[in-house]
Structures are given as structure tokens and as C-alpha cells.
Design a protein around this ligand. Structure first.
Ligand SMILES: NC(=O)c1ccc[n+]([C@@H]2O[C@H](COP(=O)([O-])OP(=O)(O)OC[C@H]3O[C@@H](n4cnc5c(N)ncnc54)[C@H](OP(=O)(O)O)[C@@H]3O)[C@@H](O)[C@H]2O)c1
Length: 296
């Protein structure tokens, strides 16, 4: 079966190149897009994510500011910083790296982010805009990245049956909304931990999006021949042959599945690189909208 390995690195690189011009135009108009990344605590994976977001901004000529706060930071102190960033003219996007320490109420923190600067798309106003298909809102970066991959490879969604495995606010739910939107026109089924006979359900899918957090759960018997498989999962599994003692795998058993589908994203190098690219795109969009509003 003809089988495409979707190259997320390549598509993300092209996408970022496309943003460069827009950033230069905004800078010339007196407003360089700026992203504030707030990290509370010392979670090693979060530190890596934050560093790569800051680096990506610099590569495209965007302004970025990193706030690394100690794990003892109180909710009040964090909210005070967010309010300061809401009022900061150099900042157009605000991101609080998830997960924060347990004593922080993440939902309450998100409510304090100005929805116009909520580039993660977690604020209820942006969630509502996604449901309403109001494109002025911000949509979480990972599902947006999945849609860009489908577009880049000319994969038709209209009239197709898509099964999204996972119903999180960060991936599963927004993914389902994007696929069922009037732009994409897929028929969508959302599966979760209580779904019965998931393999049989997935075998009816033309497109499968796996966002579960279970290493290599999706096997060949989940796949209708010729289906498209997007693997959002990022899981560490022990591998003593690797210098770090682990390797990263997706929610899909790539080697088991790849010969049964028409296109598949690898992990790493599939959906992952698109997430940062879309974060930058959301920040540029926020900057553009704030600039337009300032001109009345
Ligand atoms: N590529 C990226 O940039 C990126 C970004 C975000 C996340 N991720 C990765 O994507 C994965 C999912 O992340 P998330 O934040 O969405 O995770 P999450 O919040 O833990 O949600 C996982 C979802 O999977 C469902 N689930 C769990 N076990 C299942 C099973 N056996 N069968 C069917 N559904 C099951 C859960 O169902 P219930 O609702 O019933 O519990 C839940 O809805 C993780 O590996 C994460 O690291 C990657």
C-alpha cells in the first residue's frame, strides 16, 4: 500500500519560514510580536519545552521573555505576574507552561490571562469562539498543527469519518471541533477511556487522531486499510540502549501500523514540531489583532 510518512519537521520549517515575512512586516509597522512564557517549578520536561519555545521566537525575530518562578510561588504571585503581562505592550502572547505545581489552580490562572493574549487557546472565551467557529479566537496549538499537516499533504477531510481518541481540553476536544467545523466537514467520533471496543470503532475511521498518553496503544488491528493516522502522543519508555536510558514513542505502534495506512505521523518528527510552529503563528495573530484594534 502506498504509504506516506508525514514529515512534521519539514512542514513546520516551511510554516515558520512563512511567518518570518509577517513578523518583519509587523516589526516595520512598529510592533514586534512578543511572547511571555511562564514556568513555575523545575519539571525537567517543561524546562525543555520552554527553552525550545524561547529559542524558536529568537530564530524568527520575535521578542520573548521567560519567567522561571520557584516552585513555592503562590497563586497570588502568579496571577500578579499575569496581570502585569496583560498590561505589557511588548507582550502579545502569554503562556503558562503546564503542568504547574499542585498548589496552583491552573483553571483560575487561565481565567486571568487576557483572552486576546491567550495563545494557548485555553481561556473559556477562546473555547467558545472555537465552538462558534469565530476565527478571531485562539485554538490550542497541537490540534491546529494536526490540521496544518492534513492540509500540507492534501488529505481530504470533508465527508470522512474521523475518530479522535482522547477528550482533553488541550488536544482531543479542540481537535474534534476543528475536524467537524464547516471548513473541514468531517464526521467525528470522540473516544475516551470508557469507549467500548475501541479497535472496532477505529476500524471504521478514515482518519484516526490518537491523543491518549499510552505508549503504542494503537495497533494494526485498529486500522482500516488506507486510513490516515495522526499520532499526538509523546511517551517516554525505558530503553537501556539509549544514552538517556529512555526513548520517546507515540500512542501508535508505528512499526505495526505503518504498512496498513495511507499516511502516518512518526514520533518524534510528526505532530510535535508543528505545536511550536503554531504557537508562534498564534502569537503573530495576537500581535496583528492588537495592532489592528489600536488603530481603531
Ligand atoms: N505533540 C504535542 O505537541 C503534544 C501536545 C499535547 C499533548 N501531547 C501528548 O498527547 C498525549 C495526550 O495528551 P493529553 O494532554 O490530551 O492527555 P490527557 O489529558 O491525559 O487525556 C488523555 C485522554 O485519553 C483518554 N484515554 C486514556 N486511556 C484510554 C484508553 N485506554 N482508551 C481510550 N481513551 C483513553 C482519556 O479518557 P478519559 O477522559 O476518559 O480519562 C483522556 O480523554 C500525551 O502523550 C501527551 O504527552 C503531545
Amino acid at each position: 500500500m502506498s504509504n506516506i510518512i508525514i514529515d512534521g519537521k519539514e512542514i513546520a520549517m516551511r510554516f515558520r519560514e512563512g511567518l518570518k515575512e509577517e513578523i518583519a512586516e509587523l516589526t516595520a509597522a512598529g510592533m514586534t510580536p512578543g511572547l511571555a512564557v511562564v514556568l513555575v517549578g523545575e519539571d525537567p520536561a517543561s524546562q525543555v519545552y520552554v527553552a525550545s519555545k524561547v529559542k524558536a521566537c529568537a530564530e524568527l525575530g520575535m521578542f520573548s521573555q521567560k519567567f522561571a518562578l520557584p516552585k513555592e510561588t503562590t497563586q497570588e504571585e502568579l496571577v500578579a505576574l499575569i496581570q502585569q503581562l496583560n498590561a505589557d505592550d511588548k507582550i502579545h502572547g502569554i503562556l503558562v507552561q503546564s503542568p504547574p505545581p499542585k498548589h496552583i489552580d491552573e483553571e483560575a490562572v487561565i481565567l486571568n490571562i487576557d483572552p486576546r493574549k491567550d495563545v494557548d487557546g485555553f481561556h473559556p472565551i477562546n473555547v467558545a469562539k472555537l465552538v462558534l467557529e469565530d476565527e478571531s479566537g485562539f485554538v490550542p496549538c497541537t490540534p491546529l498543527g494536526c490540521m496544518e499537516l492534513l492540509k500540507a499533504y492534501g488529505i481530504e477531510t470533508a465527508g470522512k469519518h474521523a475518530v479522535v481518541i482522547g477528550r482533553s481540553l488541550i488536544v482531543g476536544k479542540p481537535m474534534a471541533h476543528l475536524l467537524m467545523s464547516k471548513k473541514a466537514n468531517a464526521t467525528v467520533t470522540v473516544a475516551h477511556s470508557r469507549t467500548k471496543d475501541l479497535p472496532a470503532l477505529c476500524r471504521r475511521a478514515d482518519i484516526i487522531v490518537a491523543a491518549v498518553g499510552r505508549p503504542e496503544m494503537v495497533k494494526a488491528d485498529y486500522i482500516k486499510p488506507g486510513a490516515v493516522v495522526l499520532d499526538v502522543g509523546i511517551n517516554r519508555i525505558t530503553d537501556e540502549t539509549r544514552p538517556r536510558g529512555y526513548r520517546i514513542v507515540g500512542d501508535v505502534d508505528f512499526n505495526d501500523v505503518k504498512d496498513h495506512c495511507s499516511a502516518i505521523t512518526p514520533v518524534p518528527g510528526g505532530v510535535g514540531p508543528m505545536t511550536i510552529a503554531l504557537l508562534l503563528a498564534n502569537t503573530v495573530k495576537a500581535c496583528r489583532q492588537i495592532l489592528a484594534a489600536s488603530k481603531g
